[in-house]
Write a protein that binds this ligand. Structure first.
Ligand code: FAD
Ligand code: NAP
Length: 457
């Protein structure tokens, strides 16, 4: 019997986990609570990414000082060595290869492209130079080729971050860490240089609701209080008591500790402001400040959620840069349906609605929430659905190409496609450059440099 051939699009955690589940030994898979042998066919997986490198947000999102979280990529070794696995890096699905073509070439296609847009509030001044979505700023300090040229200026004493989720915690920490700590990490060289010359004295983090509603997790919140040479304080924080949600008691205890800390002559300060919403970004040619409204908190009786309601009291705070850490947002994939309100591809248990053979996983399936590990089960659910469909004869039949024919077509479209050998050369080169500079890795921030290191250009 011919193998079941699957294309996975997106080499972030969701795509990598999906590939891993597909290539797992076939002793069986849990399906509706029972261990069952779903497919007896051998499975072959081709993983596509628009960039020449693997990792998605593990490489381009996870903060440089959280190197231990990137070790998850090392466990990939087993997939990469599997002869039924191939990587086609530097191939953008939707332009280099159309989704419809992939659906023709393979038995099934799993889309795992993450969320490449932003959810930025449409307040006046939000597009002034000096205002960035956290996605862009984080991509800049992580050496993502799309953001290498971002015009970041760290010449003012205050930066305001809007939103207080874990992304905001990462940005506040990276902006505040001493350069000699960052130098040992894989932070982009251009970001290290800019941060070394930073005039920053204060990072202000605006949470529109109260301390109990902060979107941060306690370990990330606690890390702020451990930064060398940095004071952490709170404004607008009232200990409203535990709402019974998991972890709220610990977050409130950490905030109460920060609120009670005496101010020192530390070089830098992080101010966690609560019940505070930006209503306008001030400035004529670039960001010069933020107009902030104090909020009252009102519990919505129908949902139980505490909502922020403007109080009509305002303050204006000078700042040279504003970073909107108000959430990532999915963008449409050519040839597939899209739910504009949620930023996801509509799906039924991972099967794309109205597209036989089309599947989704990760942030483009569920929305931009959840940690790396959340994508493991998400991808497993999608793979189980795909295999059950294959078993039930629900995948489109006919036309599937063999592995050699697919490679020939991909090479025809993208002659400089990065396959595993070339990717390994890029990896080795980055690690070597890092070692020479006393850093964990020195990333290439330009695709051309990656292609040259991979020997494909
Ligand atoms: C700033 C930040 C920090 C985080 N830190 C942590 C952390 O410390 N610990 C933790 O557990 N979780 C962390 N997370 C969460 C974690 O990164 C996500 O849960 C996870 O990356 C989502 O996986 P994904 O595969 O859906 O998307 P992504 O990781 O975004 O991967 C999507 C991939 O698809 C590719 N792609 C996009 N469009 C195309 C296309 N058209 N054709 C081909 N390829 C395409 C992209 O290049 C990318 O490689 C963090 C998230 C963010 C935003
Ligand atoms: N270390 C880690 O493990 C790590 C690191 C980074 C990211 N992640 C994960 O990645 C996911 C995404 O994180 P995230 O921080 O981007 O999202 P998030 O957790 O959803 O936080 C978004 C923040 O923006 C606020 N916000 C949204 N719209 C706003 C508006 N119009 N005005 C003002 N504030 C607004 C939210 O406030 P409300 O709460 O009031 O809506 C919240 O504070 C999360 O699951 C996170 O845990 C994990």
């Amino acid at each position: 019997m011919s193998p079941l051939r699957v294309a996975v699009v997106g080499a972030g955690p969701a795509g990598l986990y999906a590939a891993g589940h597909l290539l797992a030994p076939k002793e069986g898979t849990y399906l509706r609570g029972r261990l069952r042998q779903i497919v007896t066919r051998e499975i072959e997986v081709d993983l596509y990414d628009r960039l020449p490198v693997l990792g998605g947000l593990v490489r381009y999102g996870v903060a440089p000082d959280h190197g231990e979280k990137k070790l998850v990529l090392d466990s990939l070794g087993r997939i990469l060595d599997n002869p039924r696995f191939r990587f086609f890096g530097g191939v953008r699905v939707g332009t280099d290869v159309r989704t419809e073509e992939l659906l023709d070439w393979y038995d099934a296609v799993i889309i795992a492209v993450g969320a490449s847009g932003d959810s930025v509030p449409g307040i006046p001044g939000a597009t002034l130079p000096g205002a960035f979505a956290a996605r862009e700023f984080i991509a800049w300090y992580n050496a993502h080729p799309d953001s290498a040229e971002l015009p970041v200026r760290l010449d003012s004493e205050r930066v305001v971050i809007v939103g207080n989720g874990n992304v905001a915690m990462d940005v506040a920490r990276v902006l505040s860490l001493p350069t000699d700590v960052l130098r040992a990490t894989d932070i982009a060289g251009h970001a290290l240089d800019a941060l070394a010359g930073s005039k920053l004295r204060e990072v202000r983090v605006l949470g529109r609701r109260g301390g109990a509603d902060g979107a941060f997790n306690n370990p990330e919140l606690e890390e702020l209080g451990e930064l060398p040479g940095v004071d952490v304080t709170c404004t607008g924080f009232e200990n409203t008591g535990d709402d019974g949600q998991f972890g709220t008691d610990r977050k409130l205890a950490t905030l109460a500790d920060y609120a009670g800390r005496p101010s020192t002559d530390a070089e830098r300060k992080i101010v966690l402001s609560f019940c505070a919403s930006p209503v306008e970004i001030l400035g004529s040619d670039r960001v010069e400040g933020v107009r902030i409204e104090r909020n009252d908190l009102v519990k919505d009786p129908s949902t139980g959620r505490v909502e922020a309601v403007g109080s009509g009291e305002f303050e204006e705070v000078p700042a040279g840069m504003v970073i909107f850490a108000t959430g990532y947002f999915g963008t449409p994939v050519e040839g597939l349906p899209f739910d504009e309100s949620r930023g996801v591809i509509p799906n039924d248990e991972g099967s794309v609605v109205g597209v036989p053979g089309g599947y989704v996983t990760g942030w483009i399936k569920r929305g931009p929430r959840g940690i790396i590990g959340t994508n493991k089960k998400c991808s497993r659910d999608t793979v189980i659905r795909l295999l059950a469909d294959a078993d039930a004869g629900l995948l489109p039949t006919g036309g599937t190409l063999g592995a050699d024919e697919v490679r020939a077509r991909v090479r025809d479209r993208v002659p400089e496609v990065v396959e595993l050998d070339a990717w390994r050369r890029i990896e080795a080169s980055e690690l070597e450059r890092g070692k020479a500079a006393g850093r964990s890795r020195d990333k290439f921030a330009r695709v051309d440099d990656m292609l040259a290191a991979g020997g494909v250009q």
